[in-house]
Write a protein that binds this ligand. Structure first.
Ligand code: 3PY
Ligand code: MG
Length: 189
């Protein structure tokens, strides 16, 4: 089985209502339900958390200030300013959902641009972030190397290594989108 299943509201051809139905389906099995939002959109992040997402993946974080906004949207006070009203979160997570949400909801910032790379250490240092997710396609586009090429172009591979090292130095987990099996197997390694 999978540890998590992510509903993709950025490049997935679906809106919030469909995403909620998908979260319900994901809840029928043990994988953690996660959502990638289309952008750093705080009201949408809070709505998807209310809908029972246990992790938020936010595209293209390029500064510590943006990473702080992401953390702020995902956490109840005092961690952040998430509004209280977790309709489906309560159904799925139980009556004590609000009490434990700050500990259980995972906050993933995507690094997928040269600007993000330039601010990498500052982003990784933001308190409340759980993980960095690498977007190799946008990162390749931003670095000006071929998109989707595998083996990876040297500059992209070096950037990925830099991101992994910076994230691990701060105790953050790292994930990466893999368009194919070869890359997935290599990246797990
Ligand atoms: C990227 O590769 O840019 C992605 O966002 C993958 O999801
Ligand atoms: Mg991307």
């Amino acid at each position: 089985g999978y540890d998590a299943v992510t509903v993709d509201l950025q490049h997935g051809m679906l809106g919030t209502d469909t995403a909620i139905a998908m979260l319900q389906a994901i809840s029928a099995q043990p994988a953690a339900p996660m959502v990638r939002v289309p952008s750093l959109d705080e009201p949408l992040i809070m709505k998807m958390l209310d809908a029972g997402a246990y992790g938020i993946v936010c595209p293209s974080i390029e500064s510590a200030e943006q990473a702080r906004r992401l953390v702020d949207a995902c956490g109840y006070p005092p961690v952040g300013s998430r509004s209280v009203g977790p309709a489906r979160g309560l159904l799925h997570g139980g009556a004590d959902y609000v009490q434990h949400a700050n500990d259980t909801v995972l906050v993933w910032a995507m690094i997928e641009s040269r600007a993000g790379l330039n601010e990498l250490d500052e982003v990784c240092a933001v308190e409340g972030l759980d993980a960095i997710y690498i977007g190799p396609s946008d990162l390749a586009a931003s670095l000006g190397v071929p998109i989707g090429a595998y083996p990876l172009p040297d500059e992209l591979s070096a950037a990925i290594d830099t991101i992994i090292a910076a994230a691990h130095a701060r105790g953050l987990r790292v994930g990466i989108f893999c368009p194919g099996e070869d890359m997935a197997v290599d990246m797990v390694g």
